[in-house]
Design a protein around this ligand. Structure first.
Ligand SMILES: NC(=O)c1ccc[n+]([C@@H]2O[C@H](COP(=O)([O-])OP(=O)(O)OC[C@H]3O[C@@H](n4cnc5c(N)ncnc54)[C@H](O)[C@@H]3O)[C@@H](O)[C@H]2O)c1
Length: 243
């Protein structure tokens, strides 16, 4: 028997990187998967719904559509996110607003829209993809991103308390993971690869993580194997926040 047999799970940000690897693994483990993303052109093998997670009206519509297509929902993974490599004095109001709107408000909106369906399922799980920098900011910079991810970790704890025992809510705090998000860090391929190398050197394992290594952790937290786990922020970072 597969680990998510019969489950109905909505994944945001499933067109790329961590979200995409999660969708692929979930499908292999027997789940029916719907994906919300602002870019649905790259989504394969899952029900794709175009939606900007920072827009309350489209989130409500998209989550309802997902629940209709899947005939209910018993899981939600919030992986949609944006990154701006801007320190305090470079962070414009627009960068701040966009980062908080997508990473933090988007998580809140998707949870709020999904909870009636998750409650109806009787037993459900939410996994939020936060970040190690939300626990321990390293090296300065990306001020708005750090604040948004710290918010996701705090929100996860608040929701875990509020939604127990029916809905478990957990966060994963990845270290640097090799995904297209690095292309948001630097405008050129060379710049992005330089940042990849710098980030890898800061990890005790001396490498970037792979999206599949986060997906397998999402699978654990979403499955019944984690049936007594809620409110945690699980670091998956090759030891980065341990040293
Ligand atoms: N890659 C890393 O090093 C790393 C580390 C820690 C945390 N994270 C977090 O993991 C999550 C996934 O990141 P990734 O590395 O896979 O990045 P990615 O860029 O590969 O994927 C992000 C996905 O989110 C979607 N998205 C962005 N804004 C959206 C919006 N407003 N509405 C709907 N969809 C939107 C994008 O289209 C994309 O498909 C993010 O929350 C990111 O902050 C990533």
């Amino acid at each position: 028997m597969a680990r998510l047999d019969g489950r109905k799970i909505l994944v945001t940000g499933g067109a790329s990187g961590i979200g995409r690897a999660t969708c692929e693994l979930f499908a292999r483990e027997g789940a029916s998967v719907a994906v919300i993303d602002r870019d649905t052109t790259r989504i394969t093998g899952a029900q794709a719904i175009a939606c900007d997670v920072s827009d309350a009206t489209s989130v409500t519509r998209a989550v309802q559509q997902a629940a209709q297509v899947l005939n209910g929902l018993d899981g939600l993974v919030n992986a949609a996110g944006v990154f701006f490599n801007k320190g305090l004095m470079e962070t414009t109001a627009e960068v701040w607003d966009t980062t908080i709107a997508v990473n933090l408000t988007g998580t809140f909106l998707c949870v709020q829209a999904a909870v009636p369906f998750l409650r109806e399922a009787g037993r459900a799980s939410i996994v939020n993809i936060a970040s190690g920098v939300g626990l321990l900011p390293t090296g300065g910079g990306s001020t708005a991103y750090v604040a948004s991810k710290g918010g996701v970790i705090a929100l996860t704890r608040a929701l875990a308390a509020e939604l127990a025992p029916t809905i478990r809510v957990n966060a994963i705090c990845p270290g640097p993971i090799d995904t297209p998000i690095f292309e948001q860090v630097a405008p050129t391929k060379e710049g992005a690869d330089l940042r990849r190398a710098q980030d890898a050197a800061a990890v005790p394992f001396n490498r970037l993580g792979r999206p599949e290594e986060i997906a397998s952790t999402v699978l654990f937290l979403a499955s019944d194997e984690a049936s007594f786990i809620t409110g945690v922020d699980l670091q998956v970072d090759g030891g980065m926040t341990a040293v």
